[in-house]
Design a protein around this ligand. Structure first.
Ligand SMILES: *[C@@H]1O[C@H](CO)[C@@H](O)[C@H](O)[C@H]1NC(C)=O
Ligand SMILES: *[C@@H]1O[C@H](CO)[C@@H](O)[C@H](O)[C@H]1NC(C)=O
Ligand SMILES: *[C@@H]1O[C@H](CO)[C@@H](O)[C@H](O)[C@H]1NC(C)=O
Length: 726
């Protein structure tokens, strides 16, 4: 689903070391488990769960538009458009949900009890928070605040024909502001907090935003670019617990500056009639970073949001008001906005947190106090793969550090479970699972609060290893989503009882998915054993296109003879016989070499990452040559080890990376890995540039989800790439 920008700086700080005060449940338990696991056949499970392995999840369907191989969700013959009758827009949905669940807990926020700064040994200052319990507002109370805010906005003088932008970290007021705007049919512009100044100016100016809602943290940014923000008349800021509002008094301009509370109060004193939108009104213009140039604003209608919401509600088992959801990913990202829409529709309590306060050991959590998950104990959580990978690393490291019995039991249990899960669907359940869960995995589950029952994963493909890790250690099914801002996150979603890895499930019931042959790239719907081609999404979740960008809209959005909108994703996929989609490539990442061979950069990079010496890699192919080259970030540990073994003298790591013998060693190792992965000769980099410094989100060379950014890397290492082809 595009890159979860804005998740960047904190990803690194999600610190999960020393999670367990691991109590040894002792050898007896372990022995019992081993005995039971060997003696008790999976017969029990077989009695309860039939054979589910061959379940069909998506089926071919006749559709209009360009010829291709189209699939729909197997459970629904007709596309799903609304969660129930009479809710054509998010504003209607919100109002009805608030009526229905009026007295239930809805939005929860933790109070800041104390803030302090600690200084680390190298003199840097860190903020540490002591946070209290969640304080809850009911659906009914939130509805009142939303209505007040909507009225206050008008009272403030906001012209309903102009747009409001929200530029802030995720919090309860974010959602309240959004719904407030919806009640007056005002379009909201969203911008990732991590986008740069130019992108911010561009987005606000292009959409002629007249009211900007932000948190105090963003204010400094605004002050600097004030002279470029010509359309803005009102600023509404979210108050913090401490008195950072003072920051606003320093700003002298023609802006009216009000706090969020003031606007709510204004509205309460002088209420306005609501003016609910219609289905096709633009609810949100969401700016997403393009790989090149300025960000594009995707126009999302109320109908799009409703459709994805309705569809996702059908795939999360037993979703309802018993559930608790932890909200911490950026709301300016489509994945989080879709998830919170689903929660509000289903009457789920939403507790707000942040990546920096998520677990007991998170960076901003004061020692001895509790992280968000520990206090909230969520049953549902959204994650991006980078977070799962970090949790997994943390758990494995902690276990290894404990050593001895703990380590042995953990790995034994993990491998038993892994073999069982891989072996069959049956193996995933049964008595042995219960035993291991009790002895080993229960401890680990407390890292995420201990109550998790479902995880939604999006943003980037999740590796098979990480998915297995979650299945086994967290005991929660992972629903892997595939969608883009252009389809309001709604495209494909894997089902909870599908334990296979590397796939993103069948189409959501709000849309069809179609593969269209891409002759040039060599992906055809007639391919065996599976049809392959560019992924095209059609249906109710497909958005209205790019704001003020007809040309680009025409290029990737098409309307067929029946009036259905289709979005051309640029991703290459294949459909498995059970109707589940697998993403296999990206159109942009395929280059045609001088002699006509195609080389898929992503595929080659994925294969070569398996090489121990490689910390990160970008393969580059110049169409005017006959071979490819690569930028390789050397793995510090592996290369130092090698250098010691062969006895190379060097000053520091950059020096080691610059030595011809090191480059030769890495190149040879890469070639070996390439051959065992059965890459073609043209796919094996002929030359490499070995780099000593890692690529981080802060440097702008990789995304927040740690995917490489080709254009940025190409620009930064232009000279090196030229030399490789010299
Ligand atoms: C803002 O948009 C107008 C056109 O609507 C354009 O003329 C102007 O240059 C833009 N300003 C900035 C700072 O981008
Ligand atoms: C405020 O508005 C006046 C005219 O309406 C203009 O002359 C002045 O430059 C503006 N000041 C700022 C700080 O934008
Ligand atoms: C809501 O706003 C849109 C513009 O985004 C407009 O076309 C539509 O008529 C409005 N709907 C209502 C019910 O006022």
């Amino acid at each position: 689903m595009g890159d979860p920008e804005g998740t960047s700086s904190w990803l690194k700080s999600l610190n999960i070391s020393d999670i367990f005060g691991w109590k040894d449940h002792g050898v007896y338990g372990a022995l019992a488990a081993i005995v039971i696991s060997i003696l008790v056949p999976a017969l029990f499970a077989a009695l309860f769960f039939g054979k589910k392995k061959g379940k069909i999840r998506g089926v071919p369907v006749e559709v209009g538009g360009e010829a291709g191989y189209a699939v729909r969700n197997a459970r629904k013959t007709e596309l799903v458009e609304v969660p129930w009758q009479g809710v054509p827009t998010m504003a209607h949905l919100f109002e009805q949900s608030c009526n229905k669940y009026s007295h239930n807990q809805f939005l929860g926020t933790r109070k800041v009890i104390q803030k302090e700064f600690v200084t680390s040994s190298d003199g840097r200052k860190f903020e540490k928070l002591h946070l209290g319990d969640y304080e809850w507002e009911s659906f009914g109370e939130v509805f009142a605040r939303v209505s007040n805010f909507a009225s206050g906005l008008l009272k403030l003088g906001h012209n309903v024909d102009s747009r409001v932008a929200i530029f802030s970290d995720t919090r309860a007021e974010w959602l309240i502001a959004l719904q407030g705007c919806f009640r007056q049919n005002v379009t909201v512009v969203t911008i990732y907090a991590s986008l740069g100044e130019d992108a911010l100016i561009h987005s606000l100016n292009e959409t002629e935003v007249s009211t900007l809602i932000c948190d105090s943290k963003q204010l400094k940014k605004l002050d600097v670019i004030r002279s470029s923000l010509t359309s803005i008349e009102n600023i509404i800021y979210f108050e913090d617990d401490n008195k950072e509002e003072d920051a606003f008094s320093g700003i002298s301009s023609n802006w009216t500056i009000s706090s969020f509370r003031e606007v709510e109060k204004l509205g309460k004193e002088s209420p306005f009639e609501s003016s609910l939108p219609s289905k096709n009104a633009i609810a949100v213009i969401m700016y997403t970073s393009g790989s090149t140039g300025l960000p594009k604003g995707v126009m999302i209608t109320h109908g799009n949001m409703i459709a994805t919401t309705a569809a996702v509600m059908t795939v999360i088992p037993n979703l309802g008001s018993k559930d608790v959801y932890l909200a911490y990913l950026p709301l300016a990202h489509v994945f989080e906005m879709a998830a919170e829409s689903v929660m509000l529709a289903a009457g789920v309590a939403i507790g707000y947190g942040s990546p920096l306060t998520m677990t007991d050991t998170s960076n901003k959590i004061k020692k001895g106090t509790k992280g968000d998950v520990t206090v909230l104990k969520p049953t549902l959580l959204t994650v991006v793969p980078a977070i799962i990978d970090r949790i997994r690393d943390g758990v494995v490291k902690t276990v290894d550090k404990k050593g001895g019995l703990v380590k042995n039991i953990f790995h034994f249990a993990y491998n038993r479970r892994l073999a069982a899960v891989k072996g069959s669907w049956l193996g995933a359940w049964g008595l042995e699972k219960l035993v291991w869960d009790t002895i080993v995995f229960k401890q680990i589950r407390t890292v995420l609060g201990g109550q998790l029952r479902f995880m939604l994963c999006g943003g980037a493909p999740l590796s098979g290893d990480s998915q297995r890790f979650i299945n086994i250690c967290m005991g929660a099914p992972v629903g892997q989503g595939y969608g883009l801002t252009e389809t309001f996150a709604g495209a494909a979603f894997s089902e909870w009882d599908d334990l296979s890895v590397g796939r993103v499930g069948p189409p959501l019931p709000c849309c069809y998915m179609k593969l269209v042959s891409w002759e040039e790239g060599g992906y055809l719907t007639s391919d065996k054993p599976m049809p392959r081609g560019e992924i095209v999404v059609g249906g109710f979740s497909v958005t209205a296109g790019y704001f003020k960008n007809q040309e680009k809209t025409k290029e990737v959005f098409k309307v067929d003879e029946k009036g259905m909108r289709w979005f051309y994703t640029g991703d290459i996929g294949q459909f498995h016989p059970d109707g589940c989609l697998e993403i296999i490539d990206r159109k942009k990442d395929i280059v045609k070499l001088q002699h006509g061979e195609y080389i898929s950069l992503g595929k080659v990079e994925a294969a070569l990452s398996a090489c121990d010496y490689v910390d990160n890699i970008m393969v580059y192919a110049d169409p005017f040559h006959n071979y490819c080259v690569a930028l390789v970030v050397g793995s510090y540990q592996s290369l130092e080890k090698w250098a010691q073994q062969v006895g190379i003298d060097y000053q520091d790591f950059p020096d080691l990376c610059s030595k011809p013998e090191t480059v030769t060693e890495v190149l040879q190792s890469i070639s070996k890995v390439a051959k065992s992965a059965k890459l073609e000769k043209t796919e094996i980099p002929a030359k490499i540039k070995l780099l000593p410094y890692p690529w981080t989100p802060e440097s702008g060379l990789v995304t927040a989800a740690l995917k490489i950014k080709r254009e940025q890397l190409k620009t930064k290492f232009k000279d090196d790439l030229l030399k490789l082809y010299a």
